[in-house]
Design a protein around this ligand. Structure first.
Ligand code: BG6
Length: 484
């Protein structure tokens, strides 16, 4: 495979929350990997901005430590890390006051892309936007990058959008959903729109149902406080699984262009039916040897927040009417496995007479780990004994098919940050898209809160509560096993 690194324009990227967890784990290592791949221009600068008073050298030391911790393999090269640190600068800033802003202003250069990453609590987005503007630090071409959670309901998302819109135009706002930066998620579009093979079958006439699973083995760990206020619905379904659903369900955009793609996704979200309470299963993991229960993790024995959710969703449009989308995500499950399975209908008639029950074709796109695709097809079992049919997988792992370079899949953040610098918003959520997603989510959450529903306890290391299996069983279907 030929690696094609397209250099980006010179830039200054200021990271508010530069000493925080996301910066240390994802943003800085992502930037370093792009530097390692020689995609970062010579004179690019990364400016950490945070409340702590520290020198440039202190911040460089912190960045070095983060890289040594979070960059693995051959890229963990001390010489290259030192060279990368030359690009690192620091400014102490008071997000809610005036301290540090003139210093940040003084650091600005003309003729480079100015990007500002808001890796801070959403409560500070307005303060940062306002001060960037008031101090004349941004211009019409500057970009801001905001992290999820983008609101916790429709009202708060609208407020956030309105606040940002006071100082920035929509084309300057990059709302991150890191799932869109995953190679395999982008590959969904390549598979759908780069092949003639699937598209004619990609509709309710030929697709029986679709399963989208994002399973994790980890619990909520140290994020209990945040997580308990969100739950799987707000933390995963409203954004990541919704995005996957959109890419699977949307109509072909006329070109791979930010608004063309986002217009089509928005139409899908708007076509989602309200979800019946009987089509939702929520769960909380119990305790196991050596691991705490969800309630212990969040230190609230009365919490009714879900760490697992499974639901049946309908997209009411011509293409999908009648084909259910089953979504499932949770923590402390049997494996870490994210995949999308398109389960096709069976042939209308078997010309081979009595046969063992065949399940029909299925296309499985494995998002992580072991990224790849698997197409289940029916063939003749070799040997004598008449026409006996058997199902076999046409299995392709991207690493096997494309060589070792493909196994080294870039982290979502690398791709997304470079897209910010390039000024390409295709893989970012537009304001109306986020609002539409909340408009669908709100009544579902309001419903279970009003009913006082409590999540079912499930065993850690399982596939979630039994009721989740029933959601499909009652319709003669079954979940694919969660397997790493
Ligand atoms: C985050 C959620 O957005 O995505 C986490 O807040 C979740 O709860 C994470 O663990 C999953 O991301 P990934 O890339 O590990 O699948």
């Amino acid at each position: 495979m030929v690696s094609r690194i397209i250099p980006v324009d010179p830039f200054d990227l200021t990271i508010f929350g530069g000493t925080g967890d996301l910066a240390r784990r994802k943003i800085l290592p992502g930037l370093y990997r792009r530097f390692w791949a020689e995609q970062m221009p010579e004179d690019a600068r990364i400016i950490g901005a945070a409340r702590s008073e520290m020198s440039r050298k202190d911040f460089q030391d912190m960045v070095r430590e983060a890289l040594l911790e979070f960059v693995a393999g051959a890229k963990r090269d001390t010489d290259r890390i030192e060279a990368f640190l030359d690009h690192i600068h620091y400014v102490a800033i008071d997000a809610k006051g005036e301290g540090g802003w003139p210093d940040l202003k003084a650091m600005q250069r003309d003729g480079v892309v100015r990007a500002f990453y808001f890796s801070v609590a959403p409560g500070l987005f307005g303060d940062l936007a306002e001060r960037l503007h008031a101090h004349g630090i941004t211009d019409d071409d500057s970009r801001i990058v905001v992290e999820k959670p983008f609101g916790r309901d429709l009202a708060s998302a609208r407020t956030l959008n309105a606040t940002l819109a006071e100082h920035f135009d929509e084309h300057q706002i990059y709302r991150i959903d890191h799932y869109l930066g995953k190679e395999t998620v982008q590959n969904l579009m390549a598979v759908r729109f780069g092949n003639i093979l699937f598209e004619p079958l990609w509709n309710a006439q030929y697709v029986d149902h679709i399963q989208i699973t994002v399973a994790e083995t980890v619990g909520v760990g140290g994020r209990g406080q945040y997580y308990d206020k969100s739950g799987a619905m707000r933390d995963m379904i409203q954004n990541h699984l919704m995005q996957l659903l959109c890419l699977i369900a949307m109509e072909p955009p006329h070109q791979f262009d930010p608004d063309a793609v986002r217009d089509e996704k928005l139409k899908v979200i708007r076509a989602l039916d309200p979800v019946d309470p009987s089509d939702i299963v929520r769960g909380q993991y119990g305790a196991a040897k050596g691991t705490k229960s969800y309630l212990e993790d969040v230190e609230d024995s009365g919490s009714a927040t879900e760490s697992f959710i499974a639901m049946k969703v309908h997209v009411s449009n011509w293409r999908w009417k009648g084909t259910p989308f089953y979504l499932r995500t949770g923590k402390r499950l049997r494996g870490r496995a994210s995949e999308i399975a398109i389960i096709f209908k069976k042939t209308p008639h078997s010309i081979f007479g009595e046969q063992e029950e065949q399940r029909g074709n299925a296309l499985v796109i494995r998002l992580q780990p072991n990224e790849g695709m698997n197409l289940r097809v029916t063939i003749k079992e070799p040997g004598p004994g008449g026409m006996r049919l058997v199902e076999v997988p046409l299995d392709m792992s991207f690493a096997d098919a494309l060589g070792p370079e493909a196994a080294d899949i870039p982290d979502a953040y690398e791709r997304l940050i470079m897209d910010v610098i390039r000024g390409n918003q295709t893989l970012f959520m537009r304001g109306d898209e986020v609002e539409a997603a909340w408009a669908w989510t709100d009544p579902i959450i309001d419903g279970w809160e009003a009913r006082g529903d409590r999540p079912k306890t499930y065993e850690p290391g399982s596939s979630g509560p039994e009721e989740s299996a029933m959601l499909l069983h009652r319709e003669g279907r079954r979940w694919r096993e969660i397997r790493e």
